[in-house]
Structure formats: structure tokens, C-alpha cells
Design a binder for this molecule. Structure first.
Ligand code: PLP
Length: 286
């Protein structure tokens, strides 16, 4: 079955789905995106993802390409046409197509909207979580407004590639003060020897992960202690447990950092519990 993509009003087989070369996403990375998990036919935390999309667009002064109700219909149509019940849906909005010029087009042009969906066997994620993943640390070379979910992801791509080449799954980005910002495509967490769960506070230096936001509610409901603060790789290496969060990885145990084992090299019990609880607590929309 050929995959179907939505591109500016049309549902097309992936191979025919194209954008003009003067799209500002292609020329400048001038756009934003969202990735929402699909679990048993439901979108997970859709409202939060669409809320963050609206915020990212607002920060870049890009108009919404369609009304929120229409966007929800498009998302469901792409899922249905691709028969995706488990996996994720990707949507990207760029400032639109205009002759190449750094300044925003004047008058403004219609933003471009692309939506794709991908089926992933949920057993794959569960198999990875039962073993845990490795991360490496690498300097955070990104721009200073990574709270905007921008499609300008070259530093993230290079970091992920470096991780892959070193046999790890994720890269933790290290800021100028030697502290962990977040993963190349995930938020970073540790659990210290007292059981306190630590993740960096939200400001312009990290993306406010939707999985992170939902997990913070779960942590509170479980009566666990949370500290939103920065931590170093040294502190992470002494941690009892470590994990990452993201819409495609959920709560994924980290068992090694820069080749050194965390928690004896096996997934931590608290991490696995949080992973297990996640889908019961996250909002589902069909
Ligand atoms: N941080 C970065 C840089 C990301 O790219 C992502 C997801 O792609 C996240 C964090 C996690 O965000 P979410 O939980 O909304 O998927």
C-alpha cells in the first residue's frame, strides 16, 4: 500500500507529494513541526501538541495554515488513509513559498502544511524499553530559542548521527556551563540516590516536551518528588536511574551514558513504572 501524504489541500501518494523548491522550509528551515503519538487508534495528548504548535507559529509570526477544527480533520484523514492505528503523525507548517529573500514575504503568502503518518509496531518500543538505551554527551550547538519547535534541526541531526556512530540511541546536549540541556529529540531525566526525579526547568534552552508535561502530572499523582533544575553529566553518572521522554519514545530507560553503566546497566524500576502508567494517564482523542 502506498503511503498517503497531505500537502496543501491534497491527499497524494508519498512519491507524488512534493513542495516547491522556493518553499521557505526548504530554503531557510523557516517553519515548525509537531509529532504526536498514535496509540490504539487514538491521538495522545493532541490538545497539548496543537497548543504547542500554535505557540511555535506565534513566536515565528506564521499564520495558522488552516483552522484548528480543519487541522484535526486532516490529521484523522491522514491516519485513516494510511491505516495507522499505532505509530505517529507528523505535521509541518512553513512560512510558505516566495522568491528567495531572507525577510518575510510582503504581502505574506499562504503557509504550507504537510502531514504524514507512520505505522510503528508498539512491540518495538517495548522491546527497546525492556533493555534500555545508551546515550552519549555532545556540545549543544543549537540556536538560543529551542523552545520553538522549529524545523531547523541540523545540530540535532548531527548529534543523533554521532550517537548512532558510537552505538548509542540518543545524544544528550551539553550547554556552555557543562550542564545537560536535553536530548537531540527528547527531554533528559535522572533519578538520584534519594529517589528525587530531576529534569531541567523549562526556559528558552529546552523544548517543553508534551510527554514531559504529562509525565510531571503523573509524577505528582504518584506522590514522587520532582526537582526541575539543571544537572551535569557527572551527576547523571552517579544517578540511580536515567531516562528520556518524547512522543515517539515515551518514557525510555537509559542504561549507559558515554559508555558508563547507569543503575547497573539495566532499566530502573521507577522508570519502567512511569512508562507503564503513561498511557493510562495521557489524554486520548479519536
Ligand atoms: N526535545 C527535543 C529537542 C525534541 O525534538 C523533542 C521531540 O521531538 C522533545 C524534547 C520531546 O518532546 P515531546 O514529548 O513533545 O515529543
Amino acid at each position: 500500500m502506498s503511503r498517503i501524504a497531505y500537502v496543501n489541500g491534497l491527499y497524494l501518494p508519498s512519491r507524488d507529494a512534493v513542495v516547491p523548491i522556493e518553499d521557505r522550509g526548504y530554503q531557510f528551515g523557516d517553519g515548525v513541526y509537531e509529532v504526536c503519538e498514535v496509540f490504539n487508534g487514538a491521538l495522545i495528548d493532541e490538545e497539548r501538541h496543537l497548543g504547542r504548535l500554535a505557540r511555535s507559529l506565534g513566536e515565528l509570526r506564521i499564520d495558522a495554515p488552516v483552522k484548528p477544527g480543519a487541522l484535526k480533520i486532516i490529521l484523522r484523514e491522514v491516519l485513516a488513509r494510511n491505516k495507522v492505528a499505532n505509530g505517529y503523525i507528523y505535521l509541518q507548517v512553513t512560512r510558505g513559498v516566495a522568491p528567495r529573500d531572507h525577510v518575510f514575504p510582503q504581502p505574506s503568502v499562504r503557509p504550507s502544511l504537510v502531514v504524514t503518518a507512520r505505522q510503528i509496531d508498539p512491540r518495538k518500543g517495548e522491546a527497546a524499553a525492556s533493555k534500555g538505551i545508551s546515550v552519549i554527551s555532545t556540545p549543544d550547538l543549537r540556536w538560543k530559542r529551542v523552545d520553538i519547535k522549529s524545523i531547523a534541526l541540523l545540530p540535532n541531526v548531527l548529534a543523533r548521527q554521532e550517537a548512532r556512530e558510537q552505538g548509542a540511541y540518543e545524544a544528550w546536549l551539553i550547554d556552555d556551563d557543562g550542564l545537560v540541556s536535553e536530548g537531540a529529540a527528547s527531554n533528559a531525566w535522572i533519578i538520584d540516590e534519594t529517589g528525587s526525579i530531576i529534569t531541567r526547568q523549562v526556559d528558552h534552552s529546552i523544548l517543553r516536551g508534551i510527554t514531559r508535561t504529562t509525565l510531571i502530572e503523573i509524577i505528582a499523582a504518584q506522590g514522587l518528588h520532582l526537582a526541575e533544575r539543571k544537572f551535569s553529566i557527572d551527576e547523571a553518572l552517579r544517578a540511580r536511574e536515567a531516562f528520556i521522554t518524547g512522543a515517539t519514545t515515551l518514557v525510555m530507560p537509559v542504561v549507559a551514558i558515554d559508555g558508563q553503566k547507569i543503575g547497573g546497566g539495566v532499566p530502573g524500576a521507577v522508570t519502567l513504572k512511569l512508562r507503564h502508567i503513561f498511557h493510562n494517564a495521557a489524554a486520548r482523542s479519536t
